[in-house]
Write a protein that binds this ligand. Sequence first.
Ligand SMILES: *[C@@H]1O[C@H](CO)[C@@H](O)[C@H](O)[C@H]1NC(C)=O
Ligand SMILES: *[C@@H]1O[C@H](CO)[C@@H](O)[C@H](O)[C@H]1NC(C)=O
Ligand SMILES: *[C@@H]1O[C@H](CO)[C@@H](O)[C@H](O)[C@H]1NC(C)=O
Ligand SMILES: *[C@@H]1O[C@H](CO)[C@@H](O)[C@H](O)[C@H]1NC(C)=O
Ligand SMILES: *[C@@H]1O[C@H](CO)[C@@H](O)[C@H](O)[C@H]1NC(C)=O
Ligand SMILES: *[C@@H]1O[C@H](CO)[C@@H](O)[C@H](O)[C@H]1NC(C)=O
Ligand SMILES: *[C@@H]1O[C@H](CO)[C@@H](O)[C@H](O)[C@H]1NC(C)=O
Length: 337
Amino acid sequence: MMNVLTILIWLVCFYITLFCDKANTDKRGSFNNSGYSTKYYHEIGYIYTQPPMKTSVMSMAAYDMEIAAVQCLFTCQKENSAENLNCVAVNFNSENGTCQLLSNQPVYKYDECVVSDDHWTLYMEEPIKFPRDCEDIRKRTLDQYYEIQPDLDKPPFSVLCGIGPSMATYIQSHKSSSHFDFQNATWAQYRDGFRVYPPGLSYYWIGNENLHTLTSSRDYTIDFLCRVNRTFSLFILYSSILVGSEADFYRLNIGTCAYRTRDILNDAIWVTANDEAKINGSVFLTHENVTENACARQGGWWYNNCTNANFNTANGNMFWGSYDCSYGKIRVLRKKP
Ligand SMILES: *[C@@H]1O[C@H](CO)[C@@H](O)[C@H](O)[C@H]1NC(C)=O
Ligand SMILES: *[C@@H]1O[C@H](CO)[C@@H](O)[C@H](O)[C@H]1NC(C)=O
Ligand SMILES: *[C@@H]1O[C@H](CO)[C@@H](O)[C@H](O)[C@H]1NC(C)=O
Ligand SMILES: *[C@@H]1O[C@H](CO)[C@@H](O)[C@H](O)[C@H]1NC(C)=O
Ligand SMILES: *[C@@H]1O[C@H](CO)[C@@H](O)[C@H](O)[C@H]1NC(C)=O
Ligand SMILES: *[C@@H]1O[C@H](CO)[C@@H](O)[C@H](O)[C@H]1NC(C)=O
Ligand SMILES: *[C@@H]1O[C@H](CO)[C@@H](O)[C@H](O)[C@H]1NC(C)=O
């Protein structure tokens, strides 16, 4: 009895799939993906495991996918050249207009229509004008400000980029000798960011709005460097970082400690004397917020109770755990897949 019913249902589905859905799709005419492809470059990075669906009876979604795949292949052909003969288009998503093109181009290149990441390349109708973050900028000899655009729906902004093989994006840099009052900087200053001109490392804060945009665009690790003196520094790396929006008071969502040098006790984010001092999940507060939390008097930072680490205090008062820092810096690096 069950089996007969199952077969019957299957036949009805088969009929609907074959005739009704296909007819509906035909009425829509040719597929038009313009207006989509420039937006969704975040798609890059998915690992291709399945070939595009190719069955004789297709659901409507699969039928759309087939049309889209043809479009993608056509795009691929346009992109194919002597250097790039391996373009394969797969997994077009007709809901959000994303399309994956497999290519042998290893490096993300802004200012081009073809944007690649580790495994995937995406065709863009308009060239990408800005790097996503400092790691996309290859030729670099100085710590310098660069325009980046982590989210194509938001305007680009300028950040301090480090040198060296990792080419991190800086969040903060604060030397004791700087001429800036980190302690009493306003909510608006922390939101928008501040720094010295001309470029240098004396003081810099990326701006909470930019920090939110950057960390919500892709996955990053975050590290903190506390220079105690000329021969001794603490370095601590956390596995992830996500900072909320202004509406959520730039709430901190930080992963656990993944690496640290020397002093195993100084995971000041998570290992604190009392639970109240752990700052994950806390909102950002500035001196204007002392009525909400008196700890905010220390300087713009994330507070639950008064924290065990803060680089945004007055010059000379920066600390990480039990150590005083003469120089503090915070950086993010893209998480390796
Ligand atoms: C495709 O869609 C875009 C945006 O909706 C529209 O401007 C354009 O005219 C369409 N192209 C064709 C060929 O229909
Ligand atoms: C597009 O849709 C697919 C399938 O639902 C999803 O995996 C992907 O993350 C979406 N991409 C974007 C940029 O929204
Ligand atoms: C640097 O700081 C460390 C840790 O506090 C200390 O052991 C060392 O003596 C200091 N070195 C100098 C040169 O002050
Ligand atoms: C950190 O805080 C966020 C809220 O901002 C929370 O979602 C997350 O689970 C917390 N992480 C850990 C490891 O507790
Ligand atoms: C902290 O102060 C700023 C500036 O006055 C304000 O916008 C924000 O809502 C305050 N935060 C909290 C948690 O009340
Ligand atoms: C911070 O914690 C201490 C004791 O752990 C407590 O007495 C104090 O009220 C807390 N302060 C805030 C602002 O929560
Ligand atoms: C911040 O303001 C407080 C209160 O006015 C003041 O005592 C403190 O010295 C100021 N901090 C700096 C670094 O100037």
